[in-house]
Design a binder for this molecule. Structure first.
Ligand code: C2E
Ligand code: MG
Ligand code: MG
Length: 341
């Protein structure tokens, strides 16, 4: 009953405040965001105000001119988040983040390179997938030191490959987060890394997503072109899941489209997925882009992709992401096999 009464009263308050009013000859509108917390009488005033404040920020996040209740689940989620954040910060210091490598395969089944995928192995042996900590790293800005660290690991791996004749043509793909790419000195940072590690820049491929480019097209083009001049190449990750604007594809120095796993998963039986994949392949080919299918798990999927003209792929069918040593062993075995063929 208390909650219902508070809501009614809050709604009326919002409605009254949102009514336009006139000062001199100008109409003004002002809206309110209201946070409400219920109490049993045992909490301190500071505690109640803090909870109401938190609910108010949620009202603001929900588009303003509205009200939100504080609820304990919300608090629990916030607590969990903040302890995860502390743990992630420590993980970076304690080097609990590990690069894994997933092979990428070309038209003849040959290895053309790998993608570096981050894993967080906690001190107690638990394993946290990137989907659970990359978004948090992005929200807290921790993605910047993490991203720099991954890029360094990538350059070291490329350097190691350079010493192995069989691996001399492999490219390593690195996922770049929006926050990282938007840094004013992103190009300088990459240039510095390339110089320090003395690697051939054409071996480094940066994976971007559509949303980060469309955010500020002009600046993104400029950055990509500067990096392209250094020799760095680009893949468009998760292609097909973002915006419908394709105009940017003509202007950007993109070399490769990666068809998102969600479409590949639905092959070969889902006709809608097949139609989309087919359209992406056709378009990519007309624009002279390489097309790589993500998340290929079955030979049926591979067969259909090949028939459609998608020659490159990555997925469990060939190899899951592996830790550095296993990946190197896998790569050299696979490269040797091909040499013998
Ligand atoms: P992504 O870049 O699109 O990576 C592909 C994801 O698909 C990886 O998940 C990979 O393990 C998974 N995958 C590959 N083949 C298959 C398959 O055949 N079947 C299935 N079911 N899954 C497959 P993962 O490693 O969990 O990474 C998830 C996402 O986290 C990545 O998506 C990427 O967006 C992000 N991420 C990973 N490492 C980094 C990093 O170092 N920096 C940044 N910014 N993001 C990263
Ligand atoms: Mg990727
Ligand atoms: Mg992807």
């Amino acid at each position: 009953t208390a909650a219902a009464l508070a809501r009614d009263f809050g709604d009326r308050l919002c409605g009254e405040i949102a009514r336009p009013y006139r000062l001199k000859d100008i109409d003004y509108v002002c809206t309110a965001s209201i946070g409400i917390c219920l109490f049993a009488g045992t909490e301190t005033i500071e505690h109640l105000l803090k909870n109401a404040d938190m609910a108010m920020y949620r009202a603001k996040d929900s588009g303003r001119n509205t009200l939100r209740f504080f609820d304990p689940e919300m608090q629990a989620a916030l607590d969990k988040r903040s302890s995860l954040e502390t743990a992630l910060r420590q993980a970076l210091e304690r080097q609990e983040l590990q690069p894994y490598y997933q092979a990428q395969i070309g038209p003849a089944g040959e290895v053309i390179g790998a993608e570096i995928l981050l894993r967080w192995k906690t001190a107690d042996g638990r394993f946290i997938p990137p989907g659970d900590f990359i978004p948090l790293a992005e929200q807290t800005g921790l993605i910047l030191p993490i991203g720099a660290w991954v890029m360094q690991a990538a350059c070291r791996q490329i350097k190691a490959w350079e010493g192995d004749a069989r691996a001399s043509a492999l490219q390593l793909s690195v996922n770049v987060s929006a926050l990282q790419f938007r840094q004013d000195d992103f190009v300088d940072k990459v240039r510095g890394l390339l110089e320090d590690s003395a690697i051939d820049a054409s071996r480094l491929k940066l994976e971007l997503t559509e949303s980060m480019i469309l955010d500020d097209i002009a600046t993104a083009i400029e950055k990509m072109q500067m990096l392209r001049e250094l020799g760095v190449t680009f893949s468009m990750d998760d292609f097909g899941t973002g915006y419908s604007s394709l105009a940017y594809l003509r202007k950007h120095p993109i070399d490769r489209l990666k068809i998102d796993r969600s479409f590949v998963t639905d092959l070969p039986h889902n006709p809608d997925a097949a139609a989309i994949v087919n359209a992406i392949v056709q378009m990519g080919r007309s624009l002279h882009l390489e097309i790589l299918a993500e998340g290929v798990e079955s030979t049926e999927q591979l067969q259909l992709l090949k028939e459609m003209g998608c020659a490159m792929m990555q997925g469990f069918l060939v190899s899951a992401p592996l830790p550095a040593e296993q990946a190197s062993a896998w790569m050299s075995q696979h490269c040797q096999l091909l040499q013998r063929q």
